[in-house]
Ligand binder design. Structure first.
Ligand code: WT7
Length: 643
């Protein structure tokens, strides 16, 4: 931890929104007087139709939290309409297409028209407050219009990442009973077409309740069409009015559902509500990125993940910011793309995932150094721990030792940044997410649930409610309680391990449960296992993560064929294809090892600890194997370890 130097707050951030002294005072107040603190922030950051009655009422044992009860507001009004008097002609989105020749600016006035038109189309198709709408889109402005159009009429959006398979899409549509889907004919990423409409068609074969599929024409490629159900976006919106009365929502009315993976079962529909979510997305955006009016801010995430929700759409727009949306990938046409885009649009803040940094680092400095990057002021990372080597390369080569890096720790469930440096307040330690954000009351717990005081390592938990916390797992509140509020009663359990050093800096070490983080994409080992055992030649499978230079974690599968089935290269290929089909390309296994048997306890529980060690090639360190039903299984796995 200490071999890397501390990076002091640079002089260029001496007039930041938050300096070190302000951080200390505001943090103290946010913990000691949360009601007063959050009431002030809610007045400062949001425009309310009606003020709230109570700031917060929560019960962690029941997994309950209510913020700003009685208050009314509309998220699309907060992101668009209220900026129009001063900023109608200011850019809201810069869209950079997959092809470097493709880009455009969308002003706040244009955004309002597009959002209202689509909102009217949805209303005409019968969508009303509380209905669920699935959004399965490429990274085009219409994805954001769709989210905001739902927000405008009080519909709950459920964005499904465009890289997910028809199977995964179908499961998510059915779980939250979406009756409308918004998609595009095809997506375009790295010069390749993504068959979104064809995928949606395949999913919708099993979703009889979907009555409307709105289709944006992105590539003009050939698609199938179902009359009555399918509607062209451009035709329907051309005929719609550009004014749409917003629905005044209760602060606790749902804003969106976003599916995420856990250690067991199918992905969970994380539900976020309107007031608290929007407030914390807005506040963290301004303070963590020290956002200044007129600056261009670029987050490379996909709107299919929470990062895209909070930090491409809601956080930036609630602040009237200029948010750059990128359709493509960092390596197309070549590894210099990001820095070309930075120069082209004069980007001040660049926010990406460690996996992208590692991949670009691996290609060398030239694609970076041939660009100017003079407009850059601040860098950010999100999604997984960043190794100090990658941090230093990002800092020195990309940022020329001039731009602070905000390493932001948070989760789909937390809605907004939870642990992060503030560029004008925090001296940076490479690899540390540093300190809790305002209102975030953290603890580290020992195995037995006791709190660790001072330096130490343990389970990362949150001790008190925060505005953008998950409200429920859609359709299954008990699952929320079981997953987050039962392990250590009275605390929100993050699923992450962390340590705290002598200066109070937090260092996230990664998941302590059976959740993988592959290139910043979260995946349950159980999901991959379920896909593998769908194959009729497979009896059993156990999946673990292992360290991967670029992806952070790779997917290592131990697979036991049925009796009498000979493992073959062909079977291996079928299994890989099955994971891609069931989940999506992000779930493609890196290693498949044939396992005549899996290490199990006498009660039949698979000992993953041992499987992880073998996958990591830590063969000296297997620990106690005496409780295994058949210890010889381990010798076989070691002997036949796939390298
Ligand atoms: C998990 C949440 C947060 C939006 C993107 C991912 C890991 C996230 C960091 C970070 C170390 C991180 C954690 C967390 N994670 N950010 N800065 N340092 N780990 O959201 O898919 O809900 O995943 O990502 O393990 O629990 P998500």
């Amino acid at each position: 931890m200490s071999e890397f130097p501390l990076h002091k707050v640079p002089a260029s951030f001496s007039d930041a929104h938050i300096n070190a002294e302000m951080y200390r005072e505001m943090y103290r107040r946010s913990i000691d007087e949360p009601d007063a603190f959050w009431a002030e922030q809610a007045e400062k950051f949001l425009t309310w139709d009606k003020p709230w009655d109570t700031v917060v009422e929560a019960d962690f044992l029941q997994g309950k939290a209510e913020w700003f009860a009685g208050g009314k507001l509309n998220a699309s009004v907060n992101c668009i309409d209220r900026h129009l008097p001063q900023c109608a002609d200011q850019t809201a989105f810069i869209w950079e297409g997959d092809d470097p020749a493709d880009s455009k600016h969308i002003t706040y006035a244009e955004l309002k028209d597009s959002v209202c038109k689509l909102a009217n189309v949805l209303r005409e198709r019968g969508v009303k407050k509380g209905d669920r709408v699935c959004i399965y889109m490429p990274m085009i402005p219409e994805a954001a219009y769709a989210m905001l159009a739902c927000a405008r009429i009080g519909a709950i959006h459920s964005v499904v990442f465009g890289g997910f398979s028809p199977e995964a899409l179908k499961d998510r549509i059915l779980d939250s009973d979406c009756q409308v889907v918004i998609t595009a004919d095809q997506g375009l990423r790295g010069g390749k077409k993504v068959p979104l409409k064809a995928n949606a068609d395949a999913a919708l074969e099993h979703c009889p309740d979907v009555h409307t599929c709105v289709v944006v024409q992105r590539t003009g490629g050939d698609i199938d069409w179902q009359d009555g159900r399918d509607v062209w976006y451009h035709e329907a919106t051309a005929a719609a009015s550009a004014d749409c009365e917003p629905e005044s929502m209760d602060a606790e009315d749902p804003l969106f559902i976003l599916y995420t993976s856990g250690s067991t079962g199918k992905p969970k529909g994380v539900l976020h509500t309107t007031g608290g979510y929007l407030l914390q997305a807005a506040m963290t955006f301004k303070y963590v990125f020290d956002y200044r009016e007129g600056e261009v801010y670029w987050c490379t995430a996909d709107v299919g993940w929470v990062t895209g929700h909070s930090y491409i759409v809601y956080g930036p727009l609630a602040n009237g910011a200029i948010s750059l949306m990128f359709e493509g990938v960092p390596t197309y046409p070549d590894a210099g793309r990001c820095w070309e885009v930075v120069d082209k649009h004069q980007v001040a803040t660049f926010y990406t995932a460690p996996t992208a940094i590692r991949a670009l680092h691996a290609v060398g400095d030239e694609p970076v150094t041939r660009s100017s990057r003079a407009s850059l002021r601040l860098l950010g990372t999100v999604g997984e721990p960043i190794n100090p080597e990658a941090w230093e390369w990002y800092y020195q080569t990309v940022g020329e030792s001039r731009c602070p890096i905000v390493d932001t720790w948070w989760q789909t469930e937390t809605g907004a940044h939870m642990i992060t440096p503030l560029p004008g307040a925090t001296d940076l330690k490479p690899g540390s997410a540093s300190f809790p954000m305002f209102g975030v009351n953290l603890a580290l717990l020992n195995e037995d649930g006791s709190e660790i005081e001072g330096p130490g390592a343990g389970y990362l938990v949150v001790k008190s409610p925060w505005p953008s916390q998950i409200r429920t797992v859609y359709g299954d509140h008990q699952r929320l309680i079981d997953t987050y509020f039962s392990t250590y009663p009275g605390y929100y359990f993050t699923g992450d391990g962390a340590s705290r050093d002598e200066d109070g800096y937090y260092w996230i070490t990664g998941r302590v449960d059976d959740v993988l983080n592959v290139s910043g994409h979260r995946m349950g080992t159980a999901e991959v296992e379920s896909a593998l055992v769908l194959h009729d030649k497979i009896a059993e499978a156990a999946v673990v993560g292992f360290p991967h230079d670029i992806k952070g974690q790779g997917i290592y599968c131990y697979v036991t064929p049925m009796d009498g089935v000979e493992p073959s290269e062909e079977l291996r290929k079928e299994l890989i294809a099955l994971c891609v089909k069931e989940i999506g390309p992000i779930a493609k296994p890196d290693v498949i090892q044939w396992a005549p048997g899996l290490p199990k306890t006498r009660s039949g529980k698979i000992m993953r600890r041992i499987l992880r060690k073998i996958a990591e090639n830590e063969l000296q360190n297997l620990g106690d194997t005496s409780t295994l039903a058949d210890p010889s299984v381990v010798d076989n796995l070691i002997e036949n370890r796939a390298s």
